[in-house]
Design a protein around this ligand. Structure first.
Ligand code: UGA
Length: 447
């Protein structure tokens, strides 16, 4: 089989590379000539564990190619995947679909034989039908079918998520298109991964419902964490206590500084808009969006309180800037709210991230960027852990103490144990754990 993937960003590149690993002949297309040139040289423009290996192997065996010319890629392809960006449109929160429709126009100009046009980009309900309308303007019905095939890849474990997904969702009304998709995903049905066939609209909604549900789960546990602090409970035990109930499940119950990334914030907003327009408001998701936004802001306040109520003329060491570990992605990262708020309150920031530094340098200003964890702490009044990279999990606590001016650690990801930190002589603040309760009470008594 042969496919073309339009858009060699995160989703397109990972999907294209993984399909080639399944034995499919793949051409990944992008109109960014510099990006394609880099890929042709074997350079991977994003940080994603394992992706370089999959790309290298399949480029070498000739199954994976990169091109700027959409025409040659689409010609003769059994299926064309649209995997271009759908950023939040400025002002109204709607997903910007202009790149999707532009890709559909281009495909329509090129298709000669029957081709399945697959939307892989996250697109609002109804987009598949609109893509079909665009195609219909130039092509007879018999030459194409449109399929929605949403992706459920997590940054940092995208290869594993593609190769061993919980499920594959395929939305289409056409048996013929379903057959092509079934064939493409055959390696997954061989390992008994569920492949769910639905209507176009249902598949589109599944994607948004999944992300919004996960975002809701996180927001729920974050609000429970706040409650834990006020009543002296421990959020990690609460998460375990409820998560062991099979109906709830343990995943996505880690309290933290609020969710970020290129998906949850954008997709929650887009679903809220769709629901409002369809006269079925999703007030739960509206609350999730508002709560998560204010939580990120609130984190800076919490750090300031932990530093004795003021960070004026103090130096704060920040470890972790990306929205989560194992990625270089800074989009909607909590650090982008926390760091500027601390600077505004008069703090000087020293920061380090294992992979996010070059992106961080574009988005955060007035910071001293350091080349490692310990260098970041030199002379700082407090250490803040914003992202739970593995290398921050086993810091040499004696060394940390000797480098910090005052032994204060604010751990926004709960990667250390309060008892261990107390024993090591730190003033340790974390999220929603009993140990934080007396501090909160003390702070409240002060105000
Ligand atoms: C998310 C979904 O998990 C994927 O299934 C989906 O395909 C993807 O969006 C997408 O739509 O493309 P991703 O954004 O890469 O993947 O990252 P997640 O691992 O889901 O984390 C998102 C955010 O939630 C991060 O900021 C993370 O720190 C936060 N999070 C996650 C928590 O605060 N607590 C948790 O328990 C889990």
């Amino acid at each position: 089989m042969r496919i073309a993937v339009i858009g060699s960003g995160y989703v397109g590149l990972v999907s294209g590379a993984c399909f080639s690993e399944f034995g499919v002949e793949v051409i990944c297309v992008d109109n960014d000539a510099a990006k394609i040139a880099r890929l042709q040289r074997g350079e991977i423009p994003i940080f994603e564990p394992g992706l370089d290996q999959v790309v290298q192997t399949n480029v070498a065996n000739g199954r994976l190619r990169f091109a700027t010319d959409l025409g040659t890629a689409v010609e003769g392809a059994d299926a064309v995947f649209i995997a271009v960006g759908t950023p939040s449109r400025r002002g109204d929160g709607h997903a910007d679909l202009s790149y999707v429709f532009a890709a559909a126009e281009e495909i329509a100009k090129t298709v000669k034989d029957y081709t399945v046009v697959v939307t892989k980009s996250t697109v609002p309900v109804g987009t598949g039908r609109k893509v079909a309308e665009v195609l219909r303007k130039r092509l007879p019905e018999s030459k194409f079918d449109v399929v929605s095939n949403p992706e459920f890849l997590r940054e940092g474990s995208a290869i594993e998520d593609f190769m061993r997904p919980d499920r594959v969702v395929i939305g289409t009304d056409s048996e013929r298109a379903a057959g092509v998709m079934r064939e493409l995903y055959r390696p997954l049905s061989l390992i008994e991964k569920p492949i769910l066939f639905t209507s176009l609209e249902t598949a589109e909604l599944i994607k948004y419902a999944a992300n919004s549900f996960l975002a809701t789960k996180i927001t729920f546990i974050n609000q429970i964490a706040d409650l834990c602090e006020n009543v002296g409970a421990d959020v990690q035990d609460v998460a375990r206590g409820i998560g062991l109930d099979g109906r709830i499940g343990r995943k996505f119950l880690h309290a933290g500084p609020g969710f970020g990334g290129s998906c949850f914030p954008k997709d929650c907003l887009a679903l809220v808009k769709t629901a409002q327009e369809a006269s079925a408001p999703l007030t739960i998701v509206e609350t999730v969006v508002a709560s998560n936004d204010s939580r990120k802001q609130h984190m800076a306040e919490r750090i300031i309180q932990a530093c004795g109520g003021s960070v004026k003329a103090k130096t704060i060491a920040v470890l972790g800037l990306t929205f989560k570990p194992n990625t270089d992605d800074m989009r909607d990262s909590p650090s982008l709210a926390i760091v500027p708020a601390l600077q505004q309150a008069g703090a000087t920031i020293r920061a380090f991230d294992p992979e996010g530094m070059s992106e961080a340098k574009k988005q955060l200003t007035g910071i001293t960027f350091c080349s490692g964890s310990y260098e970041t702490m030199e002379g700082a009044h407090a250490l803040v852990i914003v992202t739970e990279w593995n290398e921050f999990r086993a810091l040499d606590l004696d060394r940390v103490k000797s480098l910090l001016k005052t032994p204060t650690i604010i751990d926004l990801r709960n990667i250390y144990k309060p008892a261990d930190m107390a024993e090591a002589g730190f003033h340790y603040f974390s999220i929603g754990r009993g140990a934080a309760a007396p501090v909160r009470q003390r702070l409240q008594a002060k105000s």
